[in-house]
Design a binder for this molecule. Sequence first.
Ligand code: TRP
Length: 350
Amino acid sequence: MSQAAAVAGSGGGGARPRVFSGIQPSGEAHLGNYLGAIRRWVELAGDYECFFCIVDEHAITQRYEPDELPGRVTDLAVSLVAAGLDPETCTLFVQSHVPEHTELTWLFNTVTPIGDLQRMTQFKEKSLGQATVNAGLLNYPVLQAADILLYRAGLVPVGEDQRQHLELTRGVARRWNARFGDYFPEPEALIGDGGGGAGRRVLGLDGVSKMSKTSDNTIPLLAEESEIGRRVASAVTDPARVRRNDPGNPHVCNVFSLHGFFTDADERDEIEVRCQTATIGCMQCKKALTRGIADGLAPLRERAAELRANPGAVAEILAAGAERARQVAGETMHEVRRRMGLGPGAGRPA
Ligand code: TRP
């Protein structure tokens, strides 16, 4: 049994352990999202009862354009389905379509110490240098706890940077359970490498920071080959390799590390040796990578084109996802309200 299965919490009560994860609606997904998270989600959907959520209510804690948000949500949903998340085998939905997320957030706020929130690294980073810090930024992790615990998920696949938020979620579950009776599992972060490098930190084209839209160092997941080529051409390689005749060090070169995901082992070994012996230049190496990425992601581009040609298809998937999510969320909230003495049913026998 996998590590994941062994640590799965008892939450949910369904036959398969429950998994929950969330992703910010930053528009079309990029290679870093895919290699670091989405690929992993697709695998998990085969083994667990998975809830995957586009977290638009988290996104609004930072400046945004209301007119653009729905498009960002849809573009991300297209990317996720094109990447292989099958609405038949997992529940894919948008956070704001399930109002129970915000309701549970409020209730959880009452068992969460402010000090714990002020200590969060991400809060400190995001509030740095801002004239006013909105309370949503501080309470961001409480919404995240509500996301996860609303489905009583036992496992949460996330990147290393979310470990602290998961710890906070466990604290919320513990405090709530201590006050209102044992109900929520303490979910485990699922950070492992998942095989093939999934979950590994994927560096951006600058070769120094994590691939992210804000750093503008990404390759869009659904880009055409010409665009992939342009982006790859701009990537930083071994800085010590200045001239074509200088031998390179593939192990400090992010272009070479990207080959690890897209180029078969024989060709990769050859590139490694030829870089070290200066018998291949960076341009040629980048061309090979461009082809590898373009070929590897071709099926995703095709699926995305089909989805886009059928307006309403994505909206239907998300509506069905929200309906399923609300069933589970509704059951949880019923029990939570009852135990907390809230709502018209409170005070009556269970
Ligand atoms: N905060 C997460 C991130 O920035 C996104 C997220 C929101 C999430 N809710 C979640 C991740 C619940 C896992 C579980 O990546």
